[in-house]
Design a protein around this ligand. Sequence first.
Ligand code: TYM
Length: 333
Amino acid sequence: MQRVFSGIQPSGVPTLGNYLGAIRNWVPMQDQHECLFCIVDLHAITQFQEPAQLLAQTREMAATLLACGLSPEKCVLFVQSHVPAHAELGWIFNCVARLGWLNRMTQFKDKAGKDREAASSGLYVYPNLMAADILAYKATSVPVGDDQRQHLELANDIAQKFNHDYGTDFFPRIEPFIQGVAARVMSLRDGTKKMSKSDPSDQSRINLNDDADTIALKIRRARTDAEPLPGHLAGLEGRAEARNLVGILAAVTGTLPENVLREHEGQGFGAFKEVLTEALVAHLAPIRKEMLRLLEDEPALDAALRRGAERAEAIANPILAEAKRLVGFLPRR
Ligand code: TYM
């Protein structure tokens, strides 16, 4: 049995991209592996979050993950800041990772934007904390969307350098688990940008708590081109928006883009968008309903998260203690 770890930032309502690229793949893993899923609030504040909003979004994220099918009986679901081991190991990794490695991170460049001098130092060392999240549990399998690939390579570099510097084989190799046609869901307004919960335009994404009318409106307004749908994948070449919508329908209905094209060949986007809306609403409405139900009982949600943090700590604390011993810190006796 492998140990699985993954995380999601409570920096907004999870999007269809988070769901298809990550969360949906987490659900079946609970039955096969020891799984830890973490709401990474320490990561979220690398870009300023309104405090009241962060707090609300953290609970909403927990409710959404449970509504998507994570079960506190089958996995460890918890909030990152509840388990100090992440920040502590993150510091040790700040001292292991090299500036040159961080300078290559494309996500930092994207998120920092043009005014890099004004980015927080937390945003810069973000991948070191991500390595700590995973390695504090010695997790080996990490299910993520395609955009996290580079961060996981860096996590392996950190583990390797730690092992080398301290003459040990303490930290294992991490295997990214990037699955399926929806590993990269793109913005509805621009097929070259990924769908993101932090995009300023709400029209660019489907949020998991959007109601049926909102989904219909966003899909109707989604950017497309004037050509009808082709019968095969090669016909989507250079048509990023069309390819994205086809990929979304395939992912939501559990088929391949090839099959979607075979079925809808020659159709215009007006008709195709209606089919897509119907499939999305059918898939997301039960999640939204369950999420709203769970949010009515905040004490129950908080208690589930507390239990999750206790179970996470029971795994992470001995690993952190051993890492500290290897580094040469005097143990507190
Ligand atoms: P975050 O919160 O941006 O996204 C959570 C998960 O959703 C995936 N994802 C997508 N997949 C497909 N298409 C998209 N448009 C899309 N947008 C997001 C992400 O790849 C991710 O799997 N750094 C991470 C959180 C994190 C983490 C970790 C993940 C912190 N520590 C340790 C794994 C292991 C992040 O920002 O995810």
